[in-house]
Structures are given as C-alpha cells and as structure tokens.
Design a protein. Structure first.
Length: 114
C-alpha cells in the first residue's frame, strides 16, 4: 500500500514549477551528437580536434557524464556556427529537471511542504 504525502499530491496536481521542463530534456551532449556530429559524419576524435578539447572530455559530454560548460558552449558556437547561450540553455534545462527529479524523490526536503 502506497502512502500519499502532501508533497506527492502537490507535485501530481501542479506539475513542475515554472522553469522546469515537464519531461526530461535532452542532455546537451546527446543533442550535440544527434544533431551535429552524426549528421556531419564527424567522429568524436575529429570533433574533439575541431573543438580543441580532449577526446575524453567530448566523449563524457556526449555520454551525459559531463556538463556543457561555458567554455565548451563557446567552442561549440564557434565550430558549429551556433549561439553559446543555446548550449547553456540546454544545460540549464537539464540541470533544472534533474534537480526537480531529486527534490521530488525526497518529499521531506521539499520547501514549503511539511
């Protein structure tokens, strides 16, 4: 039998707070791989060379094990002729959703809910 707390009722009725995507967004590294590297036929090795980062750094980003830093966002903007704020917005959406998911999993720690 599942016990429903006020926190679970609140999150079920109100959804996510403003600024938090309702579904898990793509990790910026996955987006980079799916929408830039793969269509361009770029290996991670060649992409890392173009970006001026280590192959390991790019691999960890693509695997979702590393965040899109401002430095990497600027490098992606320069190489792929995009906007650095776009890459950082993808990271912010990912971070916000992950924080919301963690907060929901720990109902006793949610602000304003007892």
């Amino acid at each position: 039998m599942m016990v429903t707390t006020a926190w679970h009722q609140l999150s079920a009725t109100q959804g996510t707070p403003p600024g938090v995507p309702p579904r898990a967004p793509w990790h910026p590294g996955h987006f980079l791989n799916r929408n830039y590297l793969a269509p361009m036929g770029l290996s991670q090795t060649n992409a890392a060379r173009l970006l001026g980062v280590s192959r390991r750094r790019l691999h960890e980003l693509v695997r979702g094990q590393r965040s899109m830093t401002p430095d990497t966002a600027i490098r992606c903007a320069l190489v792929f002729r995009s906007d650095a704020t776009f890459w950082l917005a993808l990271q912010a959406a990912w971070d916000n959703f992950q924080a919301w998911k963690l907060l929901r999993s720990r109902p006793g720690h949610a602000p304003g809910i007892r």
